[in-house]
Design a binder for this molecule. Structure first.
Ligand code: SF4
Length: 413
């Protein structure tokens, strides 16, 4: 259609006003390659990595263009072309996508090292005494963004089987995520508690796999397929009423295993059932009927809600998290202007494109500060970590939480 209705919703087009940086421009490039009119050049690969993959264009598009699928295949094409390949880049991708995130015990070892650096006070001392100023600027920026590692991993906080409080109505599996586990194991624990309070028996195996969204969004479709197969084997979808994710980005990818495994005759049928069973936790609670917390002892709080792009645009879930928040006694929800505009985190985009990501973060923090809320709720580990780093840098002293944490606190009260 080329209607251009996606253009005003695209953060990179909004920043540059260059057609090539818009969804319509990128689709034209993809089409030119598919039609054999253009080679997958370096400029094409750079453009695909300049896209945030926020999927706001999909919400705007009246023709139902599946940009998410185009984007994943375009990045895979960019990787296959080899135009971005350098020894350092290949080594970094092999170490992270090919090794670290393929076995989460390795990621936990890295997290333990960061936890040691933080808990011993070395990080605070290094920041205070100024020794970090000796590092190159980009390294200093990366150090400032180091996420806080939780004192315990999810397996230490959540039993493999959490019984339902009262009568068991459902049996669900809880996915604890890759980076979500060391950074936000408390959110996983809160999610398990909330599900139990709502009549769910929750299975949370201590050893789990990454969902593969990082791989799929960065052109590693074969690795993403391998992780999808492992997840389907570990959580046979026929055994559960639902397979629960509390991370917007992961959930959006987890719901498309059938597309990823469409050519795999052994897994295709199970992948279709898997897609039907994967639910975002807010979506699931709204579906089964949330048991509203009864406590009146909670202190009053004013909360604003930032929407994870892949929860809003990928999964089209926007009413349910607000319903969850409004069900909490003494909680006043104030709407955030541009709540569905990307915060710049976008998976590892903030590491690869710090200038563009930083602009979006500042814009988001301006909008958050304008609400005068004391708490910001958001349902994606990437957004939580990136907003936390931005708030620290700006000195914004707001509480930043996942909606499940607020709900779990209400039940405990
Ligand atoms: S992707 Fe959709 S909204 Fe964007 S130009 Fe094409 S038809 Fe229009």
């Amino acid at each position: 259609m080329h209607c251009g209705l996606c253009l005003p919703t695209c953060p990179t087009y909004d920043a540059t006003k260059v057609e090539r940086n818009s969804p319509r421009g990128r689709i034209a490039l993809m089409r030119a390659i598919a039609d054999g009119r253009l080679e997958a050049t370096r400029a094409f690969a750079d453009e695909m990595y300049f896209c945030l993959g926020c999927l706001a264009c999909m919400t705007a598009c009246p023709a139902g263009v599946n940009y998410a699928e185009l984007f994943e295949n375009a990045r895979a094409e960019a990787e296959e072309s080899g135009t971005l390949r350098t020894p350092a880049r290949s080594a970094l991708r092999a170490a992270t996508l090919g090794w670290l995130f393929m076995d989460l015990r390795r990621l936990q070892l890295v997290a333990l090292a960061i936890r040691w650096w933080q808990e011993t006070g070395i990080q605070a001392a290094a920041r205070r005494c100024g020794v970090l100023r000796l590092l190159p600027r980009r390294w200093r920026e990366l150090e400032a963004m180091t996420p806080q590692i939780q004192p315990h991993f999810s397996a230490d906080l959540i039993a493999p089987v959490t019984p339902a409080a009262g009568t068991r109505r459902y049996r669900v599996a809880l996915l604890t995520g890759c980076a979500q586990d060391p950074m936000f194991s408390n959110v996983n624990r809160d999610t398990a508690e909330v599900l139990a309070q709502n009549g769910c028996e929750v299975l949370t195996p201590p050893e789990q796999n990454c969902c593969g969204s990082l791989h799929a969004h960065n052109g590693e479709l074969l690795l993403a397929q391998e992780l999808a197969r492992r997840n389907i084997d570990q959580f046979p979808p026929a055994d559960f009423d639902a397979i629960i994710s509390n991370a917007g980005g992961c959930g959006s990818h987890l719901k498309h295993y059938a597309r990823l495994l469409a050519d795999d005759a052994r897994y295709r049928a199970r992948a279709e059932l898997w897609d039907a069973k994967v639910k975002d936790v807010h979506e699931w609670l709204a579906f089964i009927g949330l048991q509203a917390p009864a406590s009146r002892r909670l202190p009053p709080q004013t909360v604003t809600y930032h929407e994870s792009c892949h929860l809003r645009h990928g999964q089209k879930i926007f009413a349910q998290p607000r319903e969850v928040l409004r069900a909490i006694p003494n909680l006043k929800l104030v709407e955030l202007a541009e709540s569905d505009w990307c915060c710049g985190s976008a998976g590892i985009y903030n590491l690869l494109q710090p200038a563009m990501a930083g602009q979006l973060l500042e814009r988001k923090l301006d909008r958050i500060a304008a609400t005068r809320a004391s708490t910001v709720a958001t349902a994606n580990p990437g957004c939580l970590a990136y907003l936390a780093a931005g708030m620290r840098r700006r000195g914004l002293e707001l509480r930043l939480v996942h909606p499940m944490t607020l709900l779990a606190e209400a039940y405990r009260a």
